[in-house]
Design a protein around this ligand. Structure first.
Ligand SMILES: [Zn+2]
Length: 731
């Protein structure tokens, strides 16, 4: 290869790309490649990975062969490269989408030496006629993009990638190879280098830390749909992606969001390409705020201001998780990454893998176990993720993940860690974590009996804590570098040098206290919807109109029919049967019967027209009339017992009793309290108060008292008359 000085390289950067300086390790990498060395580059998305081969390709003699699995992106890359040169032939791609004539043009340009970069899909590279052709041209170097596709430990394994080395050898040019990926665990890296015979390659690893991303795991409950709607509504106008595992879920959930007035569109590989392009463009141009997608969405999408990435389902691997969350906050602004986790989901994924070979199943199992460990961890998410990518995160508290911001109570785990190490040593480092936990908690499994591990003195020594706690301890010991999971042997736990030292020289290491050990349960924070305004809700407006119509027809104040809180509750619960209506806040069976019908019809129509998915968990508020105290009150009023005596019987004061009676009446129950009114309230006052409520704007007792005069009337009188009014008129 030709030699270039640093100054010349910088000059070329300016000439071709218009930049005056390099980002991160770009310059080091380019220098190494130009010096003829094999390079292995791990650089997170957004780090400027492609420039590391594009610039040297433009500078060198001959053609650089760029192997990339993303046929869809080749054209974009080639188009972009052509803008850097006056000659269209500077960059070409070769894949199955080209016609015979187009292939001929490509070949002519290659032979004429016009082409600096040729993008090739691995399938095309392996074709015999192409191999022969490549022998005839001058090749500057090979670049293998998305190199993680080589490893079956990666999240995107492509078997044809495994043949790349053989083809390069067959073409027979002594030129350097640069392999690049945005994602690789130490295991995947080792696999890539081994497969490409790049053991002497210079390795360049950039930090995977994305300080601006906030990581949070939430428990996935049946309320997940509502939880996500609330989250999105509390970030109005922001761009976000919701990832689901299945196409079906993508479509369902996009519709659900639309029904809830969120500008959302679906994206998955099963949609026709026109729809896919349209939806993607709508998202990029902010005609849609949210894309609900399978992992098919996002590769090569460079929208810098994606503010949140929500995982409806936990991804199959932590690499996938890192990649997908990595699409948030590319501009270094806010990026909220919230994943909903349910262990059962991972179990399902594991079951799906049973059609694969045993070795493949084992891989799936391990990847899923890593994901579960991450989701269940009580320590820093960032530390955990970076550790997964082989990077040590030194900060104690990252200040930007759920576990750091809301730490769970901790305890010193020195003794527990020592116990774990001791057992690993005793059983000669030949077992995995679950087996070690079985020994600790004294679980006599068949494997335990087979190896006579129930006879160990440590057997059952840690049974005062549960499996979860011990998993945490083991994870912690791994983070602290005391033990490691040996991937070659599918995860047997081994002690590190540091761990051996720890056994003789232990020190305090804190671990999250197991649940149940001093629970102040304030950790279950939920979304705080920022001003979820009912006024924006079209159904609410419609219900209000209907109420007005009825109030005019019946000549009753609107609140007598349904109070605002009841209408609000209807907008959340969407009651479509009489029974459901009677469970709405402030509506009882009586009221539901009397006024419910037109409201139910309106709601039913609205739900159908707008494809509303109603909350499956219809909140059944225990109807007031069922509580024992209310039964007692109703029975005694029936027997025309004085209120004072009723109150005394249940040890209530008058205020408490009236509150109970009010709740009974407002739920729709009709009560005849005339007997008590006749005895206690002046007939003129009765009339005045009833008159007042018949014309009042609201049912507020305070307003009534002010209007009628505090000197003449008492609060009690007004409340009692209001009870009669609401009961007679409304119920
Ligand atoms: Zn953290």
């Amino acid at each position: 290869m030709q030699k270039f000085t640093e100054k010349e390289i910088l000059k070329m950067l300016k000439k071709f790309f218009g930049f005056t300086q390099f980002k991160g390790k770009q310059l080091e990498i380019i220098k190494a490649l130009l010096a003829g060395k094999d390079c292995f580059v791990i650089m997170p998305t957004g780090g400027g990975k492609s420039l590391c081969y594009q610039l040297p390709a433009l500078m060198c003699e001959g053609t650089a062969i760029i192997i990339s699995p993303l046929i869809a992106l080749m054209k974009n890359q080639v188009d972009a490269l052509r803008t850097y040169s006056s000659e269209d032939g500077v960059a070409h791609f070769l894949n199955s989408s080209l016609s015979k004539a187009e292939i001929n043009t490509v070949r002519e340009d290659l032979l004429a030496g016009k082409t600096k970069l040729l993008y090739v899909a691995p399938e095309s590279l392996t074709k015999v006629e192409n191999v022969d052709f490549f022998k005839a041209i001058n090749i500057s170097f090979y670049a293998i993009d998305e190199a993680h596709c080589i490893s079956e430990w990666g999240h995107d394994f492509r078997p044809e990638y495994r043949r790349i080395r053989d083809i390069i050898t067959a073409i027979g040019k002594q030129v350097p190879v640069i392999a690049l990926t945005a994602t690789a665990t130490p295991k995947v890296s080792a696999d890539i280098q081994k497969n490409l015979s790049m053991d002497k390659a210079e390795t360049f690893i950039s930090s995977f830390n994305r300080p601006n991303l906030y990581y949070e795991i939430r428990e996935k409950t049946k309320d997940i749909d509502k939880d996500i709607v609330k989250f999105i509504k509390s970030h109005p106008g922001k761009s976000g992606i919701v990832y689901c595992l299945s196409r079906k879920k993508v479509e369902e959930f996009a519709e659900f969001l639309q029904a809830n007035k969120i500008r959302a569109l679906p994206y998955h590989a099963g949609l026709d390409s026109k729809t896919r392009v349209e939806n993607q463009d709508a998202f990029l141009m902010e005609k849609a705020d949210v894309i609900v997608a399978t992992i098919a969405f996002g590769m090569g999408i460079d929208k810098p201001d994606v503010r949140f990435v929500i995982h409806y389902d936990m991804p199959k691997s932590l690499e996938g998780y890192y990649q997908e969350t990595g699409r948030a906050g590319r501009d270094d602004g806010e990026g909220l990454c919230v994943a909903f986790y349910d262990y059962k989901d991972l179990n399902k994924l594991e079951k799906f893998s049973t059609k694969k070979s045993v070795a493949e199943q084992e891989i799936v199992k391990q990847l899923l176990a890593e994901t579960a460990a991450y989701a269940e961890s009580t320590s820093c998410r960032r530390k955990h993720l970076l550790h997964y990518f082989g990077e040590q995160y030194k900060e104690e508290n990252c200040g930007n993940c759920d576990n750091c911001l809301h730490p769970k109570p901790k305890m010193d785990a020195q003794d527990q860690i020592q116990l774990v190490l001791e057992i690993i040593q005793t059983i000669k480092q030949q077992f995995k974590a679950d087996h070690i936990i079985d020994i600790i908690i004294g679980e006599k499994t068949t494997t335990i009996t087979k190896f006579k591990h129930h006879q160990l003195k440590q057997f059952g020594e840690g049974q005062n804590y549960d499996t979860n706690f011990w998993s945490n301890v083991i994870r912690l010991a791994i983070f602290e570098g005391l033990i490691y999971k040996d991937v070659e042997t599918y995860g047997l736990l081994k002690i590190t040098l540091k761990g051996e030292k720890y056994m003789t020289n232990p020190y305090s290491i804190m671990v999250a206290k197991p649940k149940g050990e001093d629970d102040d349960d304030e950790s279950d924070e939920v979304f705080i919807p920022k001003g979820e305004a009912m006024d924006d809700n079209p159904l609410y407006a419609m219900l209000k109109d209907l109420r007005k119509e009825i109030s005019q027809k019946e000549n009753l104040p609107t609140y007598v029919i349904f109070q605002d809180v009841s209408l609000e509750d209807m907008c959340i619960q969407y009651p479509t049967t009489m029974d459901e209506m009677s469970h709405i806040s402030g509506v009882g069976a009586g009221k539901a019967q009397k006024y419910g019908k037109p409201f139910i019809e309106l709601i039913k129509q609205y739900v159908e027209e707008n494809d509303i998915i109603r909350p499956q968990d219809f909140v059944v508020k225990s109807p007031t009339n069922l509580s024992a105290i209310n039964v007692y009150i109703i029975q005694n009023i029936d027997r025309m017992i004085a209120f004072e005596d009723i109150a005394m019987g249940k040890n209530l004061d008058m205020d408490e009793l009236l509150t109970q009676i009010e709740s009974i009446v407002s739920s729709g129950m009709k009560l005849n309290i005339d007997y008590y009114i006749e005895e206690t309230i002046d007939p003129d006052h009765q009339e005045e108060i009833l008159d007042y409520f018949a014309n009042a704007e609201s049912d507020s007792v305070d307003d009534a008292l002010e209007e009628l005069g505090e000197d003449e009337y008492t609060i009690e009188e007004i409340r009692i008359m209001r009870i009669k009014f609401l009961s007679d008129m409304g119920n």
